[in-house]
Design a protein around this ligand. Structure first.
Ligand code: ADP
Ligand code: MG
Length: 463
């Protein structure tokens, strides 16, 4: 099966685009072959659902190479042991362990995808940035689903409409949005794709009202095949904008056009979002993009170093990957600082690199805010006032906001429970402890809303 699969991969690579090949087909592990069945293992459920689109193609390749009539079956890593038992397989499979890390590295090492017809007028009106592609996006465990979903939308398989991508700042949301658009333009230049930063969309709309050119605005957005809207948290608290946004969105949606949205939090945490919009989002696919692990951070640095064609010792990269963990934007910034510093001062050594980024690291640590400011940020996030958080009201969303405030102040504010109690409207310290424990438990149980809220808030508080 392994030999046959290697030959089939060569064929399949020619038959599919490089992105779908790398995303869905290459990650399959050959498991077993008998006279009538070829068994392949997909890395996860999501990939399996996608790769089913290629089943006939894979089957045909295997059949033409083997002169057999094989039926392809896809299994998951969780089915593997049982499958091996049932079929008396006693060999171990190579290559499916640590698939994420090797995927990350292979992506990092690949040459850049040729930029799409970058100069055409249509391309420039799409507002896409040609340097953000799938090929220079490093895939790791934290962004694997987000990446797969975006590839899927770009390749028009599956019906994820709308696709809603959320996560903290600097984690690659904008990069992925452009990558979708660039992929579509490169493969179907006739398609009209528009990337728009939500704030610009809103400003454009306001200008439209002033100049009485609404029809033009509507025609522009409603005539496109794919609309990519970045940072829709900007709509929070702007009801009139939401109404307009929703009508444009709906018109596209009802005509089967793809819409992809990014946001810094999940739809259920967008507090003033209209319910019908929330429901619409939930009918598509909602995916979060997390903080990358160490391997991914290293692979991103290696990719950058290669692109910039500079030599940086691995220990320096490891130092950066260890100290800049929350945002790829900051990680890239630190790398650029090291390169600039060493260009001016001397060789790229670990000592010079430490010196170069010492200020960035101390800023990272210094960003600690006063408890009152933290409370302010938390209140703003939940669209409530600090007075409401400090009150005794037992309305559900206030109780949650209050308990999260207790948790964050206790965990990151270096304050006693007594002190927190007095900041939050004179509560007893046992109430604070209860709130703290409640949120800790929700986090342990991986409650998605609480986890995302805490992460988004920490990002705002710690920078
Ligand atoms: P966000 O929109 O989530 O705030 P961006 O997409 O602007 O983040 O990403 C910040 C920077 O990090 C960009 O330069 C982007 O190219 C880079 N980046 C983010 N994720 C990755 C990744 N997985 N691989 C390579 N570069 C990445
Ligand atoms: Mg962004």
């Amino acid at each position: 099966m392994k030999n046959l699969w290697e030959k089939a991969l060569e064929l399949l690579q020619k038959e599919t685009t490089s992105v779908s090949f790398e995303t869905w087909i290459h990650p399959l592990t050959p498991v077993h072959l008998d006279g009538s069945t070829a068994v392949l293992m997909a890395p996860n459920d999501f990939s399996r659902n996608q790769v089913i689109n290629y089943k006939d193609l894979i089957q045909n390749s295997l059949n033409s190479l083997s002169a057999l009539q094989l039926e392809v079956k896809f299994i998951l890593p969780t089915d593997l042991e049982q499958y091996k038992r049932e079929h008396g397989i006693d060999y171990t499979l190579e290559g499916h362990v640590n698939r994420d890390a090797s995927l990350a590295v292979s992506h990092a090492l690949k040459p850049k995808e040729a930029a799409p017809a970058a100069k055409s007028a249509d391309y420039s009106s799409s507002m896409l940035n040609p340097s953000y592609t799938f090929d220079n996006f490093v895939v790791g465990s934290a962004n694997m689903f987000a990446h797969s979903a975006c590839v899927s939308v770009a390749e028009n398989h599956g019906s994820f409409n709308p696709l809603f991508l959320y996560g903290g700042s600097g984690l690659g949301k904008t990069h992925l949005l452009h990558a979708i658009g660039n992929h579509v333009k490169a493969h179907s230049p006739e398609k009209k794709v528009i990337y728009v930063y939500c704030e610009n969309f809103v400003n454009e709309f306001i200008a439209t009202i002033k100049k009485n050119t609404y029809e033009q605005f509507r025609a522009k957005y409603c005539s496109c095949d794919m609309l990519l809207v970045d940072d829709i948290q900007f709509l929070e608290g702007k009801e009139q904008m939401q109404v307009n946004f929703f009508s444009t969105f709906n018109e596209l949606y009802e005509h089967g056009k793809n819409v992809v949205l990014t946001c810094d939090k999940p739809p259920q945490s967008l507090k003033t979002l209209e319910d019908r919009m929330r429901t619409r989002f939930a009918s598509g696919l909602i995916i979060d993009i997390g903080v990358p692990d160490y391997e991914t951070r290293m692979a991103i640095l290696q990719q950058q170093v290669e692109q910039k064609n500079v030599k940086i010792p691995t220990e320096v990269l490891a130092y950066l990957a260890t100290n800049f963990v929350n945002s790829i934007r900051e990680l890239e910034g630190a790398l650029n600082t090291v390169i600039a510093y060493c260009f001016l001062v001397g060789p790229v050594t670990l000592d010079n690199a430490k010196e170069a980024v010492s200020k960035l690291i101390s800023e990272e640590k210094r960003k600690k805010l006063s408890p009152e400011t933290m409370l302010d940020i938390i209140a703003h996030y939940y669209n409530v006032t600090t007075e409401e958080i400090c009150s005794k009201t037992r309305i559900k969303n206030l109780v949650v906001a209050r308990q999260i405030a207790m948790y964050i102040l206790a965990k990151y504010g270096d304050l006693t429970y007594e002190r927190i109690g007095s900041i939050i409207g004179g509560k007893h310290h046992s109430t604070v402890l209860y709130g703290y424990n409640k949120i800790s438990e929700e986090l342990k149980a991986n409650n998605p809303v609480v986890t995302q809220d805490v992460q988004a808030l920490l990002h705002r508080i710690m920078g």
